[in-house]
Design a protein around this ligand. Structure first.
Ligand code: SF4
Length: 315
């Protein structure tokens, strides 16, 4: 698969664009994720022409509709940033971004819980950076995360799984959109979707089944919305355990009783959080190869992202 393109706050790339001429280099982003994705860096404050160094700023007022003010001189930068952000998100449409990693806490780039100060100077962590807000409004289905949250193994796995899924979904649309390619995508993603939401999987199945006669663009748009909504939900140990048990059903005839028992024990160890998900998955991959189980072989669930990212290696 060609590299996935995702947006990133420029300072996370190690570029000295912060208000004080520093950076916020995140090595996981550049050195690890950078091997699989192509970054499109965006620094709202410098790109909007505020210069380096510049006076630091903060959000002030109503957390739902804050103003962006410089801290000492109280200059209002809201209109400059908002006008620039509206233009920039339209430009980004051409980039086909499959995700965005924002710099946390920034009044321009923070995705959530950014401090918003009252007139008396009291902060509440309820704001969204002005550019991050414009981006999320313009691209509601594109996965977004922040640098700090990416260091949580569960959140990291969820984000990366979504950017790979969105890329695969976009690739189905490089040719002509057909019900056949939609059905093929839905089939190969069954277990992956089930590991997030059985409810969504059923709803998506119903939608695909009734697609004939509807406009194909409408069918694809609704499916994409359900897909990204489903994958945003956390894949818990319990949901993965259900999927693993479901997969066992494909080896009813092939596995001898002692092998079945061994597989059940490995799934049980995963369920009890004694071993990471990669352990039962590796055993299943072995059986898929050994018994040439074609249906499971084609399931994205077994390899939704590069193994080298080690996203399923945590307990
Ligand atoms: S947080 Fe955003 S605005 Fe601030 S330096 Fe980083 S990219 Fe630029």
């Amino acid at each position: 698969m060609e590299k996935i393109r995702i947006g990133v706050s420029t300072c996370l790339m190690g570029e000295p664009v912060r208000y004080d001429g520093g950076h916020s280099h995140d090595r996981y982003v550049t050195d690890t994720l950078g091997r699989y994705v192509e970054f499109v860096p965006v620094c709202p404050e410098t790109e909007a022409g505020l210069g380096i160094p510049r006076e630091p700023m903060r959000l002030v007022g109503d957390p739902g509709l804050p103003r962006l003010l410089t801290i000492k001189t109280k200059r209002d930068m809201t209109d400059i940033l908002v006008t620039w952000a509206r233009k920039r998100v339209r430009e980004l449409e051409k980039q086909g971004l499959c995700g965005f990693i924002f710099k946390s806490k920034s009044p321009s780039s923070g995705m959530e819980r950014v401090k918003v100060y009252s007139e008396s100077g009291m902060p509440v962590k309820k704001g969204v950076g002005l550019f991050a807000g414009a981006f999320m409004e313009h691209f509601p289905l594109v996965p977004v995360e922040e640098d700090g949250r990416l260091h949580d193994p569960g959140l990291r796995e969820n984000f990366i799984e979504r950017i790979f899924a969105l890329k695969r979904w976009r690739l189905t649309q490089t040719g002509q959109k057909t019900i056949g390619s939609l059905v093929a995508f839905h089939t190969t993603h069954k277990l992956l979707i089930l590991s997030h939401s059985t409810k969504h999987y059923r709803e998506m199945g119903r939608w695909v089944a009734q697609a004939k006669g509807l406009r194909i663009d409408e069918v694809y748009a609704r499916y994409e919305s359900l897909l990204m909504e489903a994958l945003r939900l956390r894949a818990t140990v319990k949901k993965h355990t259900n999927v693993l048990h479901h997969m066992m059903g494909y080896f009813k005839k092939e596995l001898a009783p002692d092998k079945k028992q061994e597989l059940l024990e490995v799934i049980g160890d995963y369920h009890n959080e004694l071993v990471p998900l990669i352990v039962p998955i590796t055993l299943f991959k072995h059986y898929v190869r050994k018994y040439e189980q074609l249906y499971l072989r084609d399931q994205v669930y077994l390899s939704p992202h590069p193994m080298e990212l080690k996203l399923r290696n945590h307990v």
